[in-house]
Design a protein around this ligand. Structure first.
Ligand SMILES: [Zn+2]
Length: 116
């Protein structure tokens, strides 16, 4: 019986954006959106009805996300170009970069409030 509300806003200026809109922000022209998911519901814990409000944020950074995908897809092809140990080392370096950028692409924050 949880009620969920979604709201999409600009990561940079906080302007409310239409859901599903992937173009840059009409207010500031930058990319990057914050998706707010509000979950409000009543849960029955040992006979006590308590309320729980959860708020989750997803922050997407398109540039970092594109970089991770490009690195992940591109790394195996290096083996075609760089043969031998050079290819192995280059592949490892790209993997390390993707590993470092990965967490920047999508950040998830969760806030939970409870009461009764
Ligand atoms: Zn904006």
């Amino acid at each position: 019986m949880a009620k969920t509300t979604n709201k999409v806003e600009c990561l940079h200026c906080g302007a409310v954006l239409r859901d599903g809109n992937t173009s840059p922000c009409p207010e500031c022209g930058k990319n990057g959106r914050r998706i707010l998911v509000d979950v409000a519901g009543e849960i029955d814990v040992a006979g006590h009805v308590t309320w729980e409000k959860r708020r989750e944020f997803y922050e997407r950074r398109p540039l970092a996300l594109v970089s991770v995908i490009a690195l992940t897809v591109g790394a195996p092809f290096l083996g075609l170009v760089l043969v031998g140990w050079a290819g192995v080392i280059a592949g490892l370096m790209l993997g390390a970069v993707a590993y470092w950028i990965g967490p920047l692409a999508i950040t998830k924050v969760r806030e939970i409030e409870r009461g009764g």
